[in-house]
Design a protein around this ligand. Sequence first.
Ligand code: ZN
Length: 68
Amino acid sequence: MSELLPLHDDCRRCGGQQAAPPSGFGEHAWMLCSACREPVTTWGEYKKTALEAAAKQLRTAYGRRYRG
Ligand SMILES: [Zn+2]
């Protein structure tokens, strides 16, 4: 799998904004910056942040409707 994922926080070394998904997808597998190969976050952290961001987006988009 070679698809790159957008980072929530830029790479602290080079400012890159994409990372390669980890091989294996363990919770503690490191995701490496696509530009400089710096480990930027773990897969578990990435998923957690992505879910929180998605939930926030959904609340913003549909919150009013669901609240009645
Ligand atoms: Zn980088």
